[in-house]
Ligand binder design. Sequence first.
Ligand SMILES: Nc1ncnc2c1ncn2[C@@H]1O[C@H](COP(=O)(O)OP(=O)(O)OP(=O)(O)O)[C@@H](O)[C@H]1O
Length: 364
Amino acid sequence: MGITITGVTKKFGAYPAVKDINLEIPTGDFVALLGPSGSGKTTLLRLIAGLEGLDTGSIIFNGVDFSFKNVKERKVGFVFQHYALFKHMTIFENVAFGLKVRPRKLRPSRSEIKDKVLELLRLVQLEHLADRYPSQLSGGQRQRIALARALAVEPEVLLLDEPFGALDAKVRQELRHWLREIHRKLNITTVFVTHDQEEALEMADTVVVMNHGKIEQIGSPAEVYERPANAFVYSFLGRVNEFRGAALYNDVAIARDSAVEAVGYIRPHEIGLSRFSNGVGIPAEASHVNAVGSTVRVVLKRLDTEDYFEAELTSGNFRELGPFHKGDILYADFTNIVVFEAITDSEHSKEREKVTVGAFSAFT
Ligand SMILES: Nc1ncnc2c1ncn2[C@@H]1O[C@H](COP(=O)(O)OP(=O)(O)OP(=O)(O)O)[C@@H](O)[C@H]1O
């Protein structure tokens, strides 16, 4: 089922939780709604579900206007962060519930329901737990059952609101792979809400980055990460160093109005470190070295501006540099610094240019 969302706005009182949303979701797409707390992700998901009524705009499912149809009329399945399975029912009964409560004419026979439930329990790899009660399951197992239950009614759209949010990191990681695999098998149009960049970039076909009720960018994980539309997207998708000040680009001031600071952004892994000056490197003092795992994080202080920044090296690069310690002086190459130039309103900006090393040194 494809979904077309056009000009959708939803206010709570005077407060617009989502503003003028336009989003096209093709059939079978796996979409992440990604943004900080309060950015409107859950509201948008609930609008798609029909759990919330919209103020303006339209939501079309496969060419049919569902804007004002209720949740029962939309063929959607949900999984929430804390999905309340029925405590007094076994796992089997929980998954069967949606089929059993269908009107008599649409209800499958008892043996059809049994076959369907067992098939779904096999899909979520928990067939052996059919006779248990929810309290006898781990959090990760409960979420898998919640998904089986959502799938039982054969939804055409699957909506997931932070489905793994309450689980520990290892289980979350396992469930991400598992959910991708289920999507590959069933190919149901899926929209999930997350505030976790890694989760969105790892799982989704399409990432929708939201902020203050608006969409900042829509794209594949590689597009939003490598070609962020603006400073918000750049900063939200991964670790970043920010430098503020006057900047020159080919001798042109980037902050045209001298009262406005330019902001330069660079990711820690894009910073090169060397022991000796090559003429353009910025001298900086190592203030903290964290050499655990396959990457080494180093916090440094620029000697010229006293700004702190973080560099990330592979353990191989770290070894090549030779051991260094807190207080040692290194030279930092900022070869990939990005400056976003503000256009009309300050909320939206577009990438201006990647500034070169020389220009960067003009940041003061
Ligand atoms: N029922 C409601 N009544 C009033 N305000 C609401 C309601 N639901 C959401 N809001 C407000 O709308 C804004 C967007 O909320 P929403 O839950 O959609 O954000 P979110 O991005 O999902 O956040 P989180 O990641 O914290 O769940 C917030 O400022 C929130 O306080």
